[in-house]
Ligand binder design. Structure first.
Ligand code: SAM
Length: 339
């Protein structure tokens, strides 16, 4: 190897090869589990962004096959000292396998991946609600105990862009999670470490009782990846995740169908004196005293069109205009009082 070229085949890469994991990322999930016990009492799991499948392999071995890999004096926690011992030992690992048919594992990715025992694959985009629907159909009305997501975009090297795309994947994963996870269930997802992580944690705390950000020791120090571990799903009362569709074009959304706490609509208000200049008025317009704002012009033009309308319709139009102007004024005054 040339001088200055770092060998990327680190200790976890070698251990992954030895133990037959498809990628070294398997150790990240194993280490998260050794800290938070996320596999305890789990029979239904969703693995989002699963290809090539080392996390699904962990699920398959730990939950479906209930595989127990044992080596004399070796703890299965990915600790570096244990690792070195494993690499030096001549003794083959002892394995016991009992398949557990009650376990359901669903793996989703844009890419296909080689089959794994007990794992059902869905090829699809996690930012699409149709994927959440497919997962729900698979569980036949029951909910998942655990959702994990190791999703990452192809990094561009533009830090802000990469963080943004990663956050969109997290949003997609969270949306699916809210639709498929049972109350008290857990959610683990990859994030890119950045200055907004406190905000993210606080937002997630609205849905989960406990949220931690962790960096497993098998995750390279040079990588900005970290993992958010969200424990004990407890959505606010009345929260209906089917009504929240983060990637839908809001222009096509029927807001009238929203109910309860799901119907939080932020009003979009115009403020300022409607009888003064509006932002599209040119200097020349203002000098010619043609300075009314477009709202005021709209109100005036509907009054001037009275010849085309019946008297009752006209009366309604005038009342509506008067109300609109009153609302603008009162908004303006109350807002000024606050300042
Ligand atoms: N956990 C996997 C393992 O242990 O083998 C590794 C996951 S790899 C780091 C990231 C995966 O995210 C890629 O396979 C990629 O296809 C997937 N991905 C990225 N964007 C996606 C999307 N919108 N929907 C589904 N999968 C996506």
């Amino acid at each position: 190897m040339g001088k200055g070229i770092k060998d990327k085949r680190d200790v976890y890469y070698r251990k992954a090869k030895e133990e037959g994991w498809r990628a070294r990322s398997a150790f990240k999930l194993l280490q998260i589990d050794s800290k938070f016990n996320i596999f305890e009492n789990v029979s239904k799991v969703v693995d989002l962004c699963a290809a090539p499948g080392s996390w699904s392999q962990v699920l398959s071995r730990k939950l479906y096959l209930k595989e127990k890999v044992e080596l004399e004096g070796l703890a299965d926690n990915g600790d570096v000292l244990d690792l070195l011992m494993l690499m030096n030992t001549k003794q083959p690992p002892r394995q016991e396998k009992i398949s557990n048919e009650n376990v359901q594992i669903v793996a989703v990715d844009l890419q296909p991946m080689a089959p794994l025992p007990g794992v059902v694959q869905i090829q699809g985009d996690i930012t699409k609600f149709s994927v959440a629907e497919k997962i729900m159909r698979h569980f036949e009305g029951t909910k998942a105990d655990l959702v994990i997501c190791d999703g990452a975009p192809d990094v561009t090297g533009l830090h802000c862009m990469d963080i943004y795309i990663q956050s969109q994947l997290l949003l997609g994963a969270l949306h699916i999670t809210c639709n498929v996870l049972k109350p008290t269930g857990n959610f683990v997802a990859k994030i890119f470490h950045n200055k907004d992580n406190d905000l993210l944690t606080n937002q997630l705390l609205m849905l989960f009782k406990n949220v931690e950000i962790v960096k497993p020791s098998s995750s390279r120090n040079s990588s900005i990846e970290a993992f958010v571990v969200c424990l004990n799903y407890c959505p606010p009362e009345g929260f209906d995740p089917t009504q929240i569709t983060p990637f839908l074009d809001v222009r096509n959304k029927n807001f009238d169908s929203l109910t309860g706490i799901n119907k939080v609509i932020i009003p979009f208000l115009v403020c300022g004196d409607v009888s003064t200049f509006d932002s599209d008025c040119s200097l020349q317009d203002s000098e010619e005293d043609n300075h009314k704002s477009s709202h005021s012009k709209a109100a005036t033009s509907s009054i001037l069109n009275y010849n085309d309308k019946g008297s009752e319709e006209l009366q309604n139009d005038i009342e509506e205009c008067a109300n609109r102007i009153k609302n603008f004024k009162s908004f303006e005054h109350s807002d000024q009082n606050k300042l």
